[in-house]
Design a protein. Structure first.
Length: 445
């Protein structure tokens, strides 16, 4: 496709126009065919064109051409997008919607700041700027959650319903938080765990933010599974947040700095692969080359990094079989992580691993490739819209008679746990991370 001329500068702020110009060729690539519409969860739930990929692309194009206001007309439709990127899979002409979305969010964030209409969502600002980039602070939060649960304070909070008075979305999420392991069991950074038996590869584990804070057991079991199939596992000490949430919320410069820190940390590990167990984080790691495409110094290093980035399911399948010890009872279904499936293109390996568990009855979930509406912090920022999509998802789960719903991303795991709670099925169904299921079947605790 020949490169289209950029539109004349319409926005008074040249830096915002420059950002929007990055999207212009992509928006013109869209032929408005509508193949994306059935794949889009927000179009299905909201039923309007501005909630579809096609509609959002057209709005970005109009903003670039100066026909609509960036904040007044573009911000809300873009903010209501889950960013699941299912539309990219459906698109017959390959519009890079995810990249366009992040550029649009960056332009909107800058416009809001310049016009003194900055986002006033305290939760989002606190999380992005003061929590996720700081591993020690995230671990401190994890320690507090452990103490909160250990002392039984969580039961008192739930009984008195005090959390509902603060925030209904937070109250809902608090109810389904997994039991946090003692901080003493958290894997120290800088540790190296030898392979069991013949060493097949050296892998560096990305521990993540949420995983490292409140899902430390899943990280610990990830190490156990990897060593059981012959992988030596190292935990790079200087690793940081992947930057996914920052990029999704328009904080692209901060995302780039976090990416550089991770590239330095992981390349110093001299590992054969860089493995993660969170689909959203893995998608960000796998696109560091795009994030740093305009940085000559870092682009080549980022390309090398992305080539080594793997999801846990890929390595367990590659180096398996796993040492299963027990038979699984009941029906198992798998809900795809959107970013694992649509960005990392990993969907086969998790299913094959689940199907290999002795005794398990694997049933394919209808619409497993459709978003559960967790979307990073989407379910906190747009709770009602998220729950509409989740409740529809749970209707499909009910049809399978599942006793275990498996996911491969912490946000999806919590979201499906919330769906089970809302459905009143917590006594019959468990929501588990893929790693937790495989470890349980291997007798690893």
């Amino acid at each position: 496709m020949a490169k289209l001329a950029e539109p004349a500068c319409k926005h008074p702020n040249e830096s915002i126009q420059k950002l929007l110009n990055e999207t212009y060729e992509w928006t013109n690539q869209c032929v408005q065919c509508g193949y994306c519409l059935p794949a889009c969860p927000t179009y299905a739930s909201m039923g309007k064109e501005s909630a579809s990929p096609r509609g959002r692309i057209n709005l970005v194009k109009m903003a670039t051409e100066g026909k609509i206001d960036v904040v007044e007309h573009l911000a809300n439709p873009i903010d209501l997008c889950l960013g699941c990127r299912a539309c990219e899979v459906a698109c017959p002409v390959g519009v890079p919607y995810g990249h366009m979305l992040e550029v649009a969010k960056e332009a909107i964030a800058e416009a809001q700041t310049n016009e003194k209409r900055a986002d006033t969502n305290l939760l989002k600002k606190t999380a992005l700027n003061h929590l996720f980039p700081y591993p020690k602070r995230m671990r401190a939060i994890g320690n507090m959650v452990w103490m909160y649960q250990k002392t039984g304070l969580n039961k008192l909070v739930q009984k008195t319903k005090v959390m509902q008075k603060i925030s209904e979305p937070l109250a809902q999420m608090e109810k389904i938080l997994p039991a946090v392991e003692s901080p003493k069991r958290r894997t120290p950074r800088g540790s190296v765990f030898p392979a069991k038996g013949v060493k097949k590869a050296r892998v560096a584990l990305f521990v993540g933010c949420i995983m490292d804070a409140v899902m430390t057991k899943t990280n610990r079991l990830t190490i156990e599974l990897l060593t059981s199939v012959g992988c030596e596992v190292v935990i790079p000490e200087a690793q940081n947040c992947c930057g996914a949430l920052h990029a999704h919320q328009g904080e692209t410069n901060q995302a780039r700095e976090l990416a550089k820190a991770n590239i330095r940390a992981f390349q110093a590990s001299e590992a054969d692969y860089y493995v993660n167990n969170a689909g959203g984080c893995g998608a960000a790691l796998s696109e560091y080359n795009h994030l740093l495409k305009q940085d000559e110094e870092w682009n080549k290093r980022a390309q090398q990094f992305t080539e080594k980035s793997k999801d846990i399911s890929q390595l367990l399948y590659q180096y398996g079989p796993l040492p299963f010890q027990t038979n699984w009872n009941g029906v198992v279904v798998y809900q795809d992580s959107c970013h694992l499936r649509n960005v990392q293109k990993v969907s086969k390996e998790p299913r094959l691993l689940l199907q290999s568990i002795p005794g398990a009855t694997y049933v394919e979930l209808e619409g497993a490739d459709s978003c559960c509406a967790s979307g990073g912090i989407y379910n906190l920022l747009h709770f009602d819209e998220s729950m509409k999509i989740l409740d529809q998802k749970m209707e499909q789960v009910s049809k399978t008679k599942a006793t275990t719903v498996v996911t491969a991303n912490p946000g999806c795991h919590l979201q499906m746990s919330l769906g089970i709670e809302r459905q009143g099925s917590s006594e019959q169904i468990r929501s588990l991370h893929l790693v937790d299921v495989l470890a349980e079947a291997c007798g690893i605790k």
